[in-house]
Ligand binder design. Structure first.
Ligand code: PXP
Length: 245
């Protein structure tokens, strides 16, 4: 099985910082700690309302880290301009609504091809790998492949939110099938949203998935045992679910 990368999303370090408006805690310092603890990449989402990560954070992050930066962004001209200046390793396009607490569902690729296509081409033209954050539905995956996306990130939120039992099994089957379809379409497959120590093993066991992006749980659990410790524990669970070749 291919190595499974862990991308650490540091948005919520900025959420805590912004609660008091100062500079503490620093999302850049957290990213460097995550890197030291074995994160394979850092993810950050510059939202339209700048509720957590701000423009200066994203520039400083890109400068500070030695591991790939995955820039989460809405499909807007403003964010494309930021990405073209920043030149992150990858740009993950997510749906964004101001009133949502977090990214609640996958991007509707079907029906939005005309809007997404030029944007994807601009990003790819600048050498940025393009990822689309989608629900594990065949039509969305096919549309992502048709648009020339390099990567799809499968939304694991519904799986993670479902109580253990039938409903969670159904969600798992949907993600497992989606991962197979995406890989067969030649897409690199990532997954994320809502993953925790409890939910990561089953997702990490899916052989087509090569990267997980995890934020809220890690930053929350770091309050108890520290960021390096939770990243080490998460990495262990991921490796255990997926023995190296
Ligand atoms: N992947 C994407 C595309 C996301 O939008 C988010 C949330 O910002 C995550 C992964 C991480 O989700 P969580 O914070 O629930 O781990």
């Amino acid at each position: 099985m291919e190595y499974l990368r862990l991308g650490v999303n540091i948005d919520h370090v900025a959420t805590v910082r912004n609660a008091r408006g100062g500079t503490h805690p620093s999302p850049i310092a957290a990213a460097l700690l995550a890197q030291k603890a074995g994160a394979d990449g850092i993810t950050a989402h510059l939202r339209e309302d700048r509720r957590h990560i701000r423009d200066d954070d994203i520039t400083a992050l890109k400068e500070a880290i030695d591991i790939p930066l995955n820039f989460e962004m809405a499909a807007t001209d403003e964010m494309v301009a930021v990405a073209l200046k920043l030149l992150p390793n990858a740009a993950c396009i997510v749906p964004e609504r101001r009133e949502e607490l977090t990214t609640e569902g996958g991007l509707a690729v079907t029906g939005q091809q005309a809007r997404l296509s030029p944007l994807i081409q601009q990003l790819k033209g600048a050498g940025i790998r393009v990822s689309l954050f989608v629900d594990a539905e065949e039509a969305e995956l096919r549309a992502a492949a048709d648009l020339g996306a390099d990567i799809v990130e499968l939304h694991t939120g519904r799986y993670c939110d479902s109580p253990a039992g039938n409903q969670r099994s159904q969600e798992y089957e949907r993600i497992a099938k989606g991962a197979q379809i995406a890989a067969a379409l030649g897409l690199e497959v990532h997954a994320g949203h809502g993953l925790s120590f409890e939910t990561v093993p089953e997702i990490a066991a899916l052989p087509e998935i090569v990267e997980l992006n995890i934020g809220h749980f890690l930053i929350g659990a770091a309050i108890y045992t520290g960021l390096e410790d939770v990243i080490l524990q998460m990495r262990q669970l991921m490796s255990r679910a997926r023995p190296a070749k």
